[in-house]
Design a protein around this ligand. Structure first.
Ligand code: NAI
Length: 385
């Protein structure tokens, strides 16, 4: 079975998310890192690509050059990851899908709902895979939560409580730092800052685990630091497609919190709690019984959890391995297509363009509701209403 070729746009030297993608894509020996346009500066991108082992003619100076170069090769990349700043995702993803490449796009997939709908249509029309990197859904125990909910361990799900609250933009003295300021400036960040950056991860995870879509929401958005136009804190109430009630808190001024993504699910027969900073334990509270701690890698978990665990129980697995599970799903999806067979259902869990679009609709609904004193607002994209 030959390896698949993988390419990356963005993720240059010193970038935040580039290394996690390279670790994730490289873990299982499915993908060879074959091409890249890694930096907005052509020479730096070419040089860094070669230092990472790319051949000189595939360490490109820009994404258009990469599109042209790869399109002309018989061994063109099988998958392209787009890990550039948000405002460029739409144009790059659209161009590669249209040219017949499978794409894994970083979140948020687009800047507008209309762009999101266009990406969904292009992915459907071309038949290319368009995945979106809600990478935290790759964690083994997040997959297990989903499986437990789907098989009815908790009964009907009454309530889901999601948080993604950190404190890394809490220093008012740092608010003018250009690396922070652009995030709260509508001209550069769009209609939302903290919800679009972090809240959508938490909301997507609530949907992923419950198997339900968010239908409507009410948001309280605030800028705790006065000089900011966009929100640095939001509390969002929502309702899901099968009646589950959702509560979501996201913040960037929660001093002392590091990452802060957590999910709690409460059903008729029990509750679950999982936190990204301790991803190897899942807390299960069955009704009327004692708290149980489920360990990643233990015997008797779901096939979805077994498939996504790599090291034995008691050894910590972390975020790059969660990303690796998205890449593992994608490798299986690409191979199934090449071989003309159905894919392993336990692998068919990678987030799709449709999920990226739903997030964009939620971002706009949060911005609209926040400006209207929390008025309940339809959170579905027009094409799914
Ligand atoms: P960053 O600013 O640290 O790095 C961006 C990289 O992209 C740099 O190397 C830059 O030179 C390169 N770049 C910029 N424009 C380019 C272009 N036109 N062509 C090629 N390269 C270009 O940004 P960061 O934090 O790594 O974020 C990148 C994306 O990943 C964002 O969309 C962000 O929302 C997302 N992200 C996702 C996370 C997740 O958990 N899924 C976590 C962190 C970021």
């Amino acid at each position: 079975m030959s390896r698949l070729n993988w390419g990356m746009i963005g993720g240059g030297e010193g970038s935040q998310i580039g290394p996690a993608h390279r670790l994730g894509a490289g873990l299982d020996g499915e993908f060879t890192f074959a091409a890249g346009a890694l930096d907005h500066r052509a020479d730096e991108g070419r040089a860094y690509g070669q230092r990472l082992g790319l051949a000189a003619d595939r360490a490109y100076g820009g994404w258009r050059e990469m599109l042209e170069g790869e399109s002309a090769r018989p061994d063109r990349v099988d998958l392209v990851t787009v890990a550039t700043p948000n405002a460029t995702h739409f144009e790059i993803t659209k161009a590669f899908l249209t040219a017949g490449f499978h794409v894994l796009c970083e979140k948020p997939m687009t800047m507008t709902v209309e762009e999101g709908e266009e990406i969904v249509r292009i992915a459907r029309d071309t038949g290319q895979i368009c995945a979106v990197n809600y990478g935290y859904t790759g964690y083994s125990l997040v997959r297990h939560m989903r499986a437990m909910v789907a098989r009815g361990d908790l009964g009907r799900i009454r309530l889901v409580v999601a948080e993604f609250a950190h404190g890394h933009h809490a220093d008012a003295a740092d608010a003018d730092n250009p690396r922070v300021r652009w995030r709260y400036d509508p001209a550069q960040a769009g209609v939302s800052a903290q919800f679009a950056d972090c809240g959508i991860h938490a909301m997507h995870m609530a949907s992923f685990v419950t198997g339900q879509e968010v239908e409507r929401l009410s948001a309280d958005t605030v800028s705790c630091i006065d000089s900011r136009v966009l929100e640095d804190d939001a509390m969002v109430n929502f309702r899901m497609s099968e009646g589950t009630v959702g509560r979501l808190w996201t913040s960037s001024v929660a001093i002392g919190r590091q990452h802060g993504l957590t999910l709690q699910v409460f059903g008729e027969k029990g509750g679950l709690r999982w936190a990204q900073e301790q991803p190897n334990q899942l807390y299960h509270m069955p009704l009327g019984q004692r708290l149980q701690v489920i360990e990643r890698g233990e015997a008797g978990l779901s096939p979805e959890a077994d498939r996504t665990t790599r090291v034995t129980i008691g050894h910590a697995e972390g975020m790059p391995l969660a990303f690796a599970n998205i890449y593992k799903d994608l490798a299986e999806a690409i191979r199934a297509r090449k071989e003309g067979r159905a894919m392993d259902p336990a692998a068919d869990l990678y987030p799709r363009a449709e999920d990226g679009l739903r997030s964009m609709a939620a971002v706009f609904a949060v911005a609209t509701s926040g400006k209207a004193e929390g008025a309940w607002t339809d959170a579905r994209p027009p094409m799914f209403r």
